[in-house]
Design a protein around this ligand. Structure first.
Ligand code: AP5
Length: 212
């Protein structure tokens, strides 16, 4: 089972990937988390990556491809969220480990903006919250490790705007690429997390034909 989640920022890829990975025991490769780990290491690569994320731009293909393919080499099955995001990345992935399902998360821009404005993360364990749909038990504090929650650096309004522009320019063209390959599936990701998850399971288990 090789699955990739594609969609705009805040469409729920990370939230749903974590659930699916847990229930089916598929290794989850979270591209954004890998990059944020790289930043924390504070190497010259980490500094470079930080600059791209801070600007809301994509990390260059050669850097991200190397980081991701290293993980994929070790996994027969995988669930990856956030890769590929450019045609060059897609072509490279197809050569190394062709994916079986590319699930395209569809949400309105209003939903994206609202979800990202409400997102809070734990700087220590990385747990993701939402002030409306998934709040912590104690306001502002991580349920798992007790640390104070923060706003993700790239969730500030101007950076979100830039990330959306980059998504439209560089990532949306992948839809056509995967349509041609016959592996694309559309997902209405507007509902609450449980509803969306049920739809994903139906698609992944082959009980739903939400394809092109
Ligand atoms: P990354 O961390 O992957 O960011 P992203 O793709 O922009 O996606 P997000 O993490 O913002 O959102 P998500 O879709 O995972 O939503 P989530 O589940 O958190 O990448 C960050 C950066 O790294 C990129 O901008 C780029 O610079 C770089 N990068 C990454 N991959 C790269 C690549 N391949 N090539 C080059 N550069 C790359 O949900 C969002 C919020 O909504 C949360 O608060 C959540 O609790 C809530 N929520 C989720 N689902 C629902 C729901 N159904 N209803 C209500 N609330 C919900």
């Amino acid at each position: 089972m090789r699955i990739s989640f594609l969609g705009p920022p805040g469409s729920g890829k990370g939230t749903q990937a974590e659930r699916l990975s847990k229930e089916f025991g598929i290794p989850h490769i979270a591209t954004g988390d890998i990059l944020r780990d790289t930043i924390r290491k504070d190497t010259s690569l980490g500094k470079k990556v930080k600059a791209y994320l801070g600007m809301g731009r994509l990390v260059p293909d050669d850097i991200i491809t190397e980081l991701i393919l290293e993980k994929i080499d070790k996994a027969e099955d995988f669930l990856i969220d956030g890769f590929p995001r450019t045609l060059a990345q897609a072509e490279r992935l197809e050569k190394t480990a062709p994916i079986g399902i590319l699930l395209f998360f569809q949400v309105s821009e209003a939903t994206i903006v609202s979800r990202l404005a409400q997102r809070r993360i734990c700087p220590s364990c990385g747990r993701v919250y939402n002030l409306t749909s998934d709040p912590p038990i104690i306001a502002g504090v991580c349920d798992r490790c007790g640390r104070s929650l923060i706003v993700r650096e790239d969730d500030r309004e101007t950076t979100v705007k830039r990330r959306l522009e980059v998504y439209r320019g560089e990532t949306l063209p992948l839809i056509e690429y995967y349509e041609r390959k016959g592996t694309l599936r559309y997902l209405d990701a507007e509902g609450d997390p449980d509803t969306v998850y049920e739809k994903i399971k139906r698609i992944v288990c082959g009980d739903d034909n939400s394809e092109v």
